[in-house]
Design a protein around this ligand. Sequence first.
Ligand SMILES: Cc1cc2nc3c(=O)[nH]c(=O)nc-3n(C[C@H](O)[C@H](O)[C@H](O)COP(=O)(O)O)c2cc1C
Length: 404
Amino acid sequence: MKEQLQKANLIIFAYPVYTFMAPYQLHRFIELMKEMDIDFSTKFAAQVSTSMHFYDTTAHRFIKENCLDMQFKYAGGLSAKMEDLLEKQGQKEALDFFKKLMFDVKHNIYQQEKVPVTIKKESIYEKSLPIRAKKANKQVTVITNVAADDLNLRNMIDDFVSAMAYEVKVFNVREFAFTGGCISCFRCTIDGTCIYKDGFQEVLRNEICTSDAIVYAYTIENHFTHSSMKCYDDRQFCNGHRPVNRGKCTGYIISGSYSQESNLRVICEARAEVSGMYNAGVATDELDTALSINQLAKSLSYSLDHNIKAPANFYGVGGMKVFRDLIYVMKGFMKEDHRFYKSEGMYDFPQKETKKIAQMYLVGAAMAIPSIQKKIMSNMNEYTIEPYRRLIASAEQRNKDKIE
Ligand SMILES: Cc1cc2nc3c(=O)[nH]c(=O)nc-3n(C[C@H](O)[C@H](O)[C@H](O)COP(=O)(O)O)c2cc1C
């Protein structure tokens, strides 16, 4: 493999997008590439992915940042939808991409950009937080890939465990004997079971997904973390596209220059959003204080105490629309996902909003009459504010009744 890489003038990373990034296998390959003593600075790199366009952006950014780390001349990427190559338009786009890529290589055109650099810290995070008494009715799980010699992250996790108001168990993915990474066989989408018999599915369902909060703890490497975490992420696909942890809490304990890693920040936020979990915060060791760990523990404890929920933002709303449409179209095949989406009322197609659609027709018809249009337009703000005014008035009335 080293010889092939050495010989190449252009290396194309071709992969299916898996859980916001490249598959575990490619993450591992990139780690190995970085360990090889090869000068990539005269070589070009590009990427081609297939996906459902669900966070293909973060996947491409991840590959690009790693190409730039390796000093490649990065010449762009093609993010195709799964079936694009079967369509004339998709074929043309792929051909255009390759022609342009060849042009770029020939004319030495490539993208130059600074990549975030994780600064290796001199000092080690010192444990300092006292052990808090634990309440018994909720369970928190920390998923980590902490390495045996990563004392820094170990201390951060220990402090978090101490400061939490609830029992915390720690699942180290490096200590689990995964038979392999997800290979996209899609068996799980049909009958909900994984082809691997290494027991991960049982641990995930019976020990991790039963927790009230799941916190991820890792040290930044290669703009994410060591690939062992990606193996865990991808194998979670045995739960298909079902946000089985919806309504629970999450959080992150991250060692490294998190504030520099904008793509990683999007991934962390978007994962919480898409899974429908309340993000209690991200604690890092960037300022070298226990404050952020303590703050995360307090924030998460409070969120669990009060069963905090938050509306989804664009990352969550947009992501779930992609999934919803995918599962609806694939319902004959992705039966487990379909059952879940149906029973959880997740098929929230806009054409179901018949009342609102009818109301808008009525408004549209009324607005076609010039005199009504004039009246409505001059009072538009009033019409918009009116329902909120009524809401506040009735809340005030309820308060008044209570006092009396
Ligand atoms: C574990 C796993 C994770 C996936 N994650 C994503 C994802 O984050 N975004 C997306 O658009 N598609 C995702 N997919 C769909 C794959 O991208 C899709 O199956 C692949 O592009 C199809 O390529 P193939 O026919 O070569 O397998 C995922 C599939 C699997 C199995």
